[in-house]
Write a protein of this length. Structure first.
Length: 219
């Protein structure tokens, strides 16, 4: 990925679910390996979002592994309880058969553990600034004028019958200090999308910045 000044190329190298962000100066031909350590690449492989983006010619916003993450949760020796699925509202919902879904509360805890990221603003001089709190960020997209961030994240309650792309999703606009400017939407869990062709999730979707405006959205 190249910055707007067409001079600095950023690239990723990774091992398992952690990564390193390197920068290549096209003018001088120099490279700074491991410019940012401990990128969280878990959701890169689950949802293929951008794990970093250029805010301007000298600043990137990066999804990193939180410093407070600690050890992964241990699997309980005994189940927390029986697996219960209820349809008290007697809804008739058609769902496809999916593979590799979350199966129990332990899977949910593991998903939280590996997919939670901390957003960090990183300048070319190496200075960093934490923004926001750790969460399951799926995408961070700076506005064309570089003053705002369009931040997407997923949150509980999760589902055992549909994949992560249908989990509850929040889309917000932040300023570059991590303060909330506008909540665009908070979509609930989507277990009821019909399997018919062209069916779509209820609510706002495909939210993006307009490239011809400083900071305007469309969906």
């Amino acid at each position: 990925m190249i910055n707007d000044g067409k001079r600095i190329i950023s690239y990723l190298s990774w091992k398992q679910v952690t990564g390193f962000l390197g920068l290549l100066d096209c003018f001088w031909g120099s490279s700074a390996h491991s410019f940012v350590d401990h990128l969280n690449l878990s959701l890169r492989f689950l949802l293929t979002p951008n794990r970093y983006s250029w805010v301007d010619d000298t600043t990137l916003v990066v999804c990193t592994i939180p410093s407070s993450r600690g050890a992964p949760p241990r699997k309980p020796l005994t189940p927390a309880g029986p697996k219960i699925q209820a349809n008290e509202e007697k809804l008739i919902i058609q769902n496809r058969t999916y593979q590799d879904l979350l199966k129990d509360s332990y899977d949910c805890d593991l998903f939280d553990y590996y997919a939670t990221s901390q957003l960090v603003l990183v300048s070319l001089d190496g200075t960093t600034q934490l923004i926001g709190s750790p969460a399951l960020y799926t995408d961070v997209d700076p506005s064309p004028d570089g003053k705002f961030l369009l931040v997407s994240s997923i949150h509980r309650p999760y589902s055992f019958i549909v994949p992560k792309g249908r989990f509850p999703k929040t889309v917000e606009v932040w300023n570059c200090d991590g303060n909330l400017v506008k909540r665009v939407c908070d979509l609930p869990l989507a277990e009821d999308i019909p399997i018919a062709f062209d069916s779509a999730r209820k609510g706002r979707r495909s939210i993006n910045w307009r490239s011809d405006k400083p900071a305007s959205l469309y969906w």
